[in-house]
Design a protein around this ligand. Structure first.
Ligand SMILES: [Zn+2]
Length: 477
């Protein structure tokens, strides 16, 4: 049995400045795809599952990048062409892919649909295709038409990416072996939802994810999912979805289960609220100043690199520098290549002046002076820790990065987190490791490319009416 595997993973923020070129992606082709951990998230779960079953794996292409602005057509075409070149030159019994599901390419709001149509065209109608998807995927009709089965993450923060790959591979194996002929049922709900209101350990997602596990046990159902879409993309396919993969012989049950799951989700729509105490920026700082435990970790939620923002706004830093009641706060990270170059050229202990990042939305840089404390280079990024004259420490990097999502990175900069009153992270909901560190968590609802106040976003292409922009939206309409 020969199964092709591949990945293209990008969560696209269409409100983010600039565009995403091929150079922004980590890529691997052919045999190299199986030797790297840099590409794909569920791919290792797919590959391990197939290897256990002694399947001959046909690696195709992999490309993944940190969420960012709209993807350049050339980048998408490069990945698509390599995938097709491989699939048209090989005979395969099945295809298992690791996709995000909320990519947006120049001129194409449904690139996963386009990619899957091309794959279907290359392998024909008799070869099963399944995919692992991110919980924040935006499901389209074209994706469902081309795929035989889908497995999505059930956790946010995403801690089950490997297991999702295992589920996608098992769906494929069942289809290839002829144990099951797959069918999918799905419903689109007219609603948008921020990840910061839908962590899986908080209600109502906790209960809703339990319903998926219960649905898995229904005769004829193999894998039940909710997909929440990605609100920082102005796409005509926007929505939340239920999606169930099951056996063809139970297609009525599969449809019914998808409809019931959608109904349960819709009934809870008013219950989605910020999973962490959320405030305006100045109130978040006031609250942090009042709290006696340390550190208070404040998420700068308008500028989340993990949701595609530029990681370079200084609105919150600017407010912090005007205060003296927060000890010596740490801000991680501001991505600014020009400022980083100045830091890097300066030796430790030197005083420097920087035009740092920018204040959103007018893009004026923040003028600061400070002293270089430390330089740190990792495989992913180059950084400098600067002690600013206003009484805050800031980590400046040469490029956008997520490395600070692991507090170990901050420790490597020589910082004892237990001594800090306030740590500001360019983050939405915190990673499990930061939740362990934080004595108290707060969201600062800052302006930016990942503005959490979705009603303020300048949507032009999303379907209307949609909840909560249109509060009286009904479903079914
Ligand atoms: Zn996600």
């Amino acid at each position: 049995m020969r199964i092709a595997v591949g990945t293209m993973s990008h969560e696209t923020n269409t409100f983010a400045a600039g565009s995403t070129k091929l150079e922004a992606f980590s890529t691997a082709i052919d045999a190299d795809l199986l030797k790297t951990n840099e590409v794909g998230r569920s791919l290792s779960g797919i590959v391990d599952t197939l290897e256990e079953e002694a399947v001959e794996i046909v690696p195709t292409v992999g490309a993944s990048a940190l969420p960012s602005a709209t993807v350049k057509r050339e980048a998408f075409d490069w990945v698509k062409q390599r995938l097709l070149d491989r699939l048209t030159s090989e005979d395969v019994d099945g295809v298992c892919l690791d996709l995000h599901g909320s990519m947006f390419v120049e001129g194409e709001p449904d690139p996963e649909g386009e990619l899957l149509s091309a794959v279907r065209n290359a392998v024909g109608n008799d070869v099963p295709i399944t995919s692992a998807l991110d919980m924040h995927a935006t499901i389209t009709e074209r994706m469902v038409e081309q795929l035989d089965g889908i497995a999505g993450y059930r956790t946010a923060p995403h801690t089950d990416v490997y297991e999702t790959g295992v589920r996608a591979a098992n769906l494929l194996l069942a289809a290839v072996r002829g144990e099951a002929s797959l069918v999918m049922g799905w419903k689109q709900l007219p609603m948008i939802l921020a990840g910061e209101k839908s962590e899986s350990e908080a209600e109502p997602m906790r209960t809703l994810v339990d319903l998926l596990r219960k649905a898995d046990r229904i005769d004829g159902v193999y894998d039940a999912n909710y997909f929440l879409g990605f609100p920082w993309a102005d796409t005509p396919h926007m929505g939340c979805h239920s999606l169930v993969t099951g056996g063809v012989s139970a297609s009525a049950v599969v449809d019914e289960t998808a409809a019931e799951l959608a109904q349960e989700f819709w009934q809870r729509r008013h219950d989605f609220a910020f999973t962490t105490e959320a405030h305006t920026p100045s109130t978040a700082l006031d609250e942090a100043a009042k709290i006696s435990v340390r550190p208070v970790v404040i998420a700068d939620t308008g500028d989340i690199p993990g949701a595609g923002a530029g990681e370079n706004t200084t609105n919150l830093l600017s407010e912090i520098l005007n205060r003296t009641d927060l000890g010596t706060p740490l801000i991680a990270i501001i991505a600014d290549a020009d400022s980083y170059d100045i830091c890097y050229e300066a030796s430790v202990g030197t005083t420097i002046s920087l035009s740092l990042g920018h204040v959103y939305p007018d893009r004026t840089p923040l003028e600061v002076t400070g002293t270089v404390v430390k330089h740190l280079k990792t495989d992913a990024v180059r950084t400098s820790l600067i002690s600013l004259d206003g009484g805050a420490d800031v980590v400046i990097s040469d490029s956008r990065t997520n490395v600070h999502r692991d507090p170990e990175f901050v420790r490597r900069l020589g910082i004892d987190l237990t001594t800090r009153d306030v740590v500001v992270l360019k983050s939405g909901y915190l990673s499990p490791a930061w939740k362990d560190v934080a004595a108290k968590r707060l969201f600062a609802l800052t302006p930016g490319e990942t503005n959490q106040r979705l009603t303020q976003l300048p949507y032009k292409r999303i379907p209307r009416p949609i909840y909560p922009l249109d509060n009286d939206t009904t479903w079914p309409s």
